[in-house]
Design a protein. Structure first.
Length: 243
């Protein structure tokens, strides 16, 4: 191969053409517009721009993260506040609710007393009057507890129908002894006689059933006083509403 001289061969001609073109290009090309110092300065500016871009990106990430945390924190606080408010709202009616009214207690009754009940009323009108009627005795024991253990006095055997009730007791009131009789007459039956021998005390009143009750006490022959003479009115007042 030749040194770029056209020797008449194809290779020589091509080589000469390339050399000529290179020389023309070198002669017509402008001088370079930058030197070593310019390249270094441009490199530094590019590096500074990259650092600024990286710092800006990090700042943006931090700002976004901060906004997310700030947005999440109020949300949690709001949820807690809402739960607390809901709990307070539920508890408030319970705390402020008025206590349920209690039913009034039944009035206390005295010893041996019971509540209101229907009056005892007459016994069987076709049967003989029971002269030691247990139902009437129970009412008498409640009205005059001192005769609770008194012995039943002897009575006649006559049969008197009409629905009445009787109790006859041998009683003692301290030193005074005698006979205490309670007679209930059914509605329409004649009331006991009102005349009394000396040494007798009697009281009587209409009853709740429309009958009549009388309480009579008389002294025994050897007694100096009539037993329970000062109690017959109170006993009648107790028995009348219950007969």
């Amino acid at each position: 191969m030749s040194d770029g001289i056209d020797d008449g061969t194809d290779d020589g001609r091509l080589t000469a053409m390339f050399r000529a073109a290179a020389s023309e290009a070198a002669a017509g090309a402008p001088a370079p517009g930058f030197d070593h110092a310019g390249v270094v300065a441009a490199s530094r500016r590019a590096t500074a721009r990259r650092r600024s871009a990286v710092a800006g990106g990090v700042l943006t990430v931090l700002v976004v993260a901060g906004v997310g945390v700030a947005a999440a924190a109020p949300s949690r606080t709001s949820t807690a506040d809402t739960s607390a408010a809901a709990g307070s709202a539920v508890a408030a009616p319970e705390a402020g609710a008025a206590p349920a009214p209690l039913s009034a207690p039944a009035p206390a009754l005295g010893p041996g007393r019971s509540g209101p009940a229907a009056p005892l009323g007459p016994a069987d009108p076709d049967a003989c009057v029971n002269k030691q009627d247990p139902a009437l005795r129970a009412l008498l024991n409640a009205a005059l507890p001192e005769v609770h253990d008194a012995v039943e006095a002897p009575t006649t055997m006559e049969c008197r129908p009409g629905g009445g009730r009787e109790v006859h007791l041998d009683v003692a009131d301290g030193a005074a002894t005698g006979l205490l009789s309670v007679v209930y007459s059914a509605p329409g039956a004649p009331a006991p006689e009102q005349g009394l021998p000396v040494g007798w005390v009697r009281a009587g009143a209409p009853t709740a059933s429309g009958g009549f009750v009388s309480v009579t006490t008389r002294a025994a022959a050897d007694s100096g006083a009539v037993p329970f003479a000062d109690r017959v009115d109170a006993v009648v007042a107790e028995l009348a509403p219950r007969l």
